[in-house]
Design a protein around this ligand. Structure first.
Ligand SMILES: NC(=O)c1ccc[n+]([C@@H]2O[C@H](COP(=O)([O-])OP(=O)(O)OC[C@H]3O[C@@H](n4cnc5c(N)ncnc54)[C@H](OP(=O)(O)O)[C@@H]3O)[C@@H](O)[C@H]2O)c1
Length: 291
């Protein structure tokens, strides 16, 4: 099986390339090698590589930046997915595309499933929803909503000169450095461990599972403060932690307060998405936490 990975130097792109490369051929394209907003380049690259699967890990992820640069957000997260879907259709390939919990408005009090109605509250969220729609334009597609990714690069080499990571990675960085950490008590998430997301992606494609939309997160939910509390307790440094509410921090884009997702559908399809605490433990071991 040949897999073409776009955005291959991002946190998920690196891990997906590593994972799919274990049992097959991978054509890993960084942004410098393939800009997915270049429609002609996308069509030509896919026609040349003739992949069985295209995994789109490229994205514009600057949630606040998208408010002032909506054209870039819409182009990368939306229109470029239309090009990838057209190329996949042409090549008879399966398209895997990642989206986000931010497509919801956060008004729920129980985890969102795949039938819940999206109601994006920001430019970033709208651009990701547009990408979802375009991804469904190819017959064999998997749209995987992930959330609060962490652990990208923990088990694979980091690109030279920069460290990959999102909120939880930065929390663990700070705790390991002995720096204070503030955790939101009013934002609820279902963190997603990058190696588990990559493994679930491979499972869906190789079975193959029924095509469509899946919520691809680790099990359970917690506020950011609770997530940080578990990390701090595992590292024995709870005193570094303090609670804070999100209204004390100025952010340009609106963010949903409650964005836990239910992973029941993807688990029923055969993915192993253990509780986030289990994933956090494996992440800390991968980062070299003394046991
Ligand atoms: N991180 C999270 O917590 C989170 C949450 C929800 C959903 N997601 C979704 O999960 C997926 C993977 O995210 P991630 O965290 O792995 O992202 P990431 O680490 O920011 O990586 C994104 C990659 O896309 C590349 N890229 C940007 N514009 C491009 C373009 N025009 N053409 C080709 N490549 C381009 C970037 O290249 P450069 O490095 O050169 O800029 C980068 O390598 C994305 O769809 C994202 O929206 C992530």
């Amino acid at each position: 099986m040949t897999t073409l990975v776009t955005g291959a130097s991002g946190q998920l792109g690196l891990e997906v390339s590593r994972r799919f490369g274990r049992d097959g051929d991978v054509v890993a394209m960084t942004r410098a090698q393939l800009d997915i907003t270049d429609h002609g380049a996308v069509l030509a690259t896919v026609a040349r590589a003739r992949p069985d699967v295209i995994v789109n890990c490229a994205a514009y992820n600057d949630v606040d930046g998208a408010e002032t640069d909506p054209v870039t957000a819409m182009t990368v997260n939306g229109l470029a997915v239309r090009s990838l879907a057209a190329a996949a259709r042409e090549a008879g390939a399966t398209l895997v595309h990642y989206s986000t919990d931010f497509v919801f408005d956060g008004q729920s009090s129980r985890p969102y499933d795949e039938y819940a109605e999206p109601a994006p509250q920001s430019v970033y969220a709208s651009s990701k929803l547009l990408g979802e729609w375009f991804a469904t334009g190819t017959p064999r597609h998997y749209v995987l909503r992930v959330e609060s990714l962490f652990g990208g690069g923990a088990e694979s080499p980091q690109p030279a000169g920069r460290r990959l990571g999102s909120t939880l990675d930065r929390i663990v960085d700070a705790l390991l450095d002995g720096r204070p950490v503030k955790g939101f008590t009013d934002r609820t998430v279902s963190p997603s461990y990058v190696p588990d997301v990559a493994a679930a992606t491979e499972m869906l494609v190789s079975r193959p599972a029924p095509v469509g939309l899946y919520h691809c997160v680790n099990g359970g939910l917690a506020t950011w403060f609770e997530v940080a509390q578990v990390a701090a307790s595992r590292l024995g440094c709870e005193s570094l932690l303090s609670p804070v509410t999100s209204d004390t921090v100025e952010m340009r884009a609106a963010r949903p307060r409650f964005c836990a997702l239910s992973n029941e559908k993807i688990v029923t399809a055969g993915a192993s998405m253990p509780p986030w605490e289990d994933a956090l433990d494996r992440y800390l071991v991968a980062r070299g936490r003394p046991d």
